[in-house]
Design a binder for this molecule. Structure first.
Ligand code: Q6M
Ligand code: ZN
Length: 686
């Protein structure tokens, strides 16, 4: 199942026809540059191209009023002066004789993408459109937006496909107030937006963009605003919001479809956003959303005004949608104080609506600081800051996003010969290729099958002698190949996981590479773990010790074993992932030990999928022979299939949940990405 790309040159055929410094950023080149970048790095060719169509009146009326639609329909016949006057009625928007047509195409592209994903023709996709949509309201154009593409798409999906819950993630740097208004009282659409706010000083300067607008009536809790009160937010700030706000709530909400208001003005270099997150970050934001709703993910372009930053971000995003591994999330320093303040406020505002947030701290004592009242005193200081930011803006540079060649083999499987191969797996016969188990094995070892294109993953079956020695040598070969990036990830069934771990860890650490070891289940502290930081071990188990024994061995004790999916999900999203991202391993070793009973396959697949955002996707999974049934689901997740949805999560078991929260607080001094509030960010506790 592929990735759709929707693009039509027609959408470049409108532009600003008069002088207006507020609107001049929104140019046709935004689209041509993005599309050309996708073509020139070969990504466009790897996508399924779905034609764009015009949205019909009925489509548009799902969100907009008849009066407004009729008014917009007249614009193609207006004189320049009339167009100007018409635009003036609204805020920060221009019209061109071709605007109406392009706006119907932009909305229509979003609907075509929804059709493609909902019918199963593609797994996910991106609609490269203009005009953008998220600011437009029922009866008003606003902020370059004419029709609300994403809001229309959400309603359309519900109506045409009976989709129940839609998650809308708005990572554009502006608040999509149009989307908020459309679904404010609707609990079937969860709208999440982060946006530059600066205590209501930044456009569109709305009181209702603050964290305390949580939705109305039945929709209370289903509108999540994360205001950025300072410019210069970085990768850590964005990830912290994903780990501690969006993802836990999104998994609890359990959407049937995820739509993204994919504005890239939240990336470094953008003149509107003035943020400092690098284009790389979109690989991770995308990856982290790819296992919700069974992978049904539709991205629609919104903003993005620095053509270089925009094009790079678009490429990184599409690459990730296609299943290529994400770049290493390097140098994460932890969220800044202002971001923490916002995170704390949002979590507090939503804790009564979401059980994943019910232990969240209250709003900070300096809570008023996010309110306008304090502004007068701060104004001078902020003006200064803004000036500085603007001065340094001109010379701002950042490294080009890294890409890594996709290995010919994505997933290699070391399984006993008598075992059935997972789907797409070609059985490999040991006796014919015994020499392949030497270090110098050549590529033919990795025969490919089912070769449907460059994206297809090739699940191979390594033979496994019942001899432990042979198993270990297979693992050594596999590791070597992963290191050389000839294989992306692997799965091995071994007689004794604890024993097999040691040489793997030794091998990897001898290369001075950081290894993240994730143990699920198991009754004892794994032996042979170095304590010098060359490995970080996170041990999730019923029997895990209560206290960490050193900075690099972190027991996560879930008394209900891993059978409480809510607790397990929380452990993964809010503890394991932040630790893993901050640690930035070169290899992930995921082991499934006996004593992990109760953990359902779907939750395990989520874990396998999410961990592939680390280490360029280099994940080696070891499962014990008694867990043979895991081979199929694990191989599927490793080869890039979306993990199944976890279903609506019930409230977590209180005891486990409280223990997780205590652990998170205790570790915050050492691991900054675990922080969620301003108070606890100090080292007082330790
Ligand atoms: C207004 C400056 C006022 C799609 C989008 C549109 C942003 C509009 C920005 C308008 N700037 N002095 O969210 O990127
Ligand atoms: Zn924007």
């Amino acid at each position: 199942m592929g990735t759709a790309l929707l693009y039509d040159e027609e959408m470049t055929r409108y532009k600003l026809l008069w002088l207006d410094p507020d609107c001049e950023l929104e140019r046709p080149e935004r689209l041509t540059a993005s599309h050309e970048a996708l073509v020139s790095c070969g990504l466009a060719a790897r996508c399924v191209s779905i034609p764009v169509r015009q949205a019909t009146d009925d489509d548009i009326l799902l969100i907009h009023s008849e009066e407004y639609l009729e008014a917009v329909k007249k614009t193609p016949y207006m004189t320049l002066e009339d167009l100007r006057e018409f635009a003036l009625v609204y805020g920060c928007v221009y019209f061109h004789p071709n605007s109406y047509r392009c706006a119907t195409l932009a909305a229509g592209a979003a609907l075509q993408l929804v059709d493609g994903v909902m019918t199963g023709r593609v797994r996910n996709g991106l609609a490269l459109v203009r005009p953008p949509g998220h600011h437009s309201m029922r009866s008003a154009a606003n902020g370059f937006c004419v029709f609300n593409n994403v809001a229309i798409a959400a309603k359309y999906a519900q109506q045409k496909y009976g989709v129940q819950r839609v998650l809308i993630v708005d990572w554009d740097i502006h608040h999509g107030q149009g989307v908020q208004y459309a679904f404010e009282d609707d609990p079937s659409v969860l709208y999440f937006s982060w946006h530059r706010y600066e205590h209501q000083k930044f456009w569109p300067e709305l009181r209702e963009s603050d964290y305390d607008s949580v939705g109305k009536d039945k929709g209370a809790g289903f509108n999540i605003n994360v205001p950025w009160n300072k410019v210069g937010m970085q990768n850590s700030d964005y990830l912290a919001v994903f780990f501690h706000v969006l993802l836990p709530v999104a998994y609890e909400f359990c959407p049937d479809l995820v739509l993204v208001c994919a504005g890239f003005d939240s990336a470094i270099g953008d003149p509107e956003g003035e943020m400092c997150a690098t284009p790389d970050i979109f690989a991770h934001l995308t990856h982290l959303l790819m296992n919700l709703a069974g992978g049904k993910l539709c991205l629609m372009l919104e903003g993005g005004y620095n053509l270089t930053s925009l094009s790079q971000s678009v490429c990184v995003t599409v690459r990730t949608l296609l299943g290529d591994p994400a770049p290493r999330p390097a140098n994460l320093q932890g969220p800044c104080q202002s971001a923490l303040e916002s995170i704390q406020c949002v979590r507090a505002a939503h804790r009564k609506y979401w059980s994943c947030l019910k232990l969240a701290a209250g709003a900070p004592p300096s809570e008023v600081s996010t309110k306008r009242i304090k502004l007068e005193e701060k104004e001078r200081e902020e003006k200064l800051q803004r000036g500085e930011a603007a001065d340094s803006k001109a010379g701002i540079t950042w490294p080009q996003p890294q890409t890594c060649v996709l290995p010919p083999v994505r997933t290699a499987v070391v399984i006993p010969e008598e075992m059935a191969c997972p789907d797409g797996c070609k059985r490999f016969n040991l006796s014919q290729h015994a020499d392949s188990l030497s270090d110098k094995c050549d590529p033919p070892l990795f025969h490919q099958n089912n070769h449907n294109g460059p994206l297809e993953s090739h699940v191979l079956s390594f033979p496994l002698s019942l001899h432990a020695v042979s198993t270990l040598s297979s693992l050594t070969v596999l590791l070597g190949k992963m290191e050389k990036n000839e294989i992306c990830n692997g799965l091995a069934v071994v007689g004794d996981v604890s024993m097999a771990m040691a040489p793997v860890i030794q091998h990897a650490t001898s290369l001075k590479q950081r290894v993240l070891v994730v143990c699920v289940g198991g009754t004892e502290v794994p032996s042979h773990l170095p304590e010098d930081g060359t490995t970080l071990t996170v041990h999730i188990s019923k029997e895990a010790p209560e206290e960490p024994s050193c900075k690099y061995y972190i027991p996560v004790r879930l008394k209900n074993s891993c059978g409480d999916t809510s607790g397990f999900a929380q452990a993964i999203l809010s503890v394991l992932l932040p630790l893993a991202y901050e640690y930035d391993p070169a290899l992930v070793l995921l082991t499934r030990l006996p004593g992990s009973g109760g953990l359902n396959d779907g939750a395990w697949q989520q874990l396998v999928s999410l961990l592939q955002g680390l280490a360029w996707g280099h994940v080696l999974v070891l499962v014990q022979e008694c867990h043979k049934a895991l081979v199929k689901p694990t191989a599927a997740a490793l080869s890039g299939s979306p993990a199944p949805s976890l279903g609506r999560l019930p409230a977590p078991v209180v005891e486990d949940f409280e223990a997780l929260e205590r652990l998170r607080v205790r570790l915050q001094a050492d691991w900054m990405l675990l922080r969620t509030s301003v108070q606890e960010s100090g080292a007082e506790d330790n």
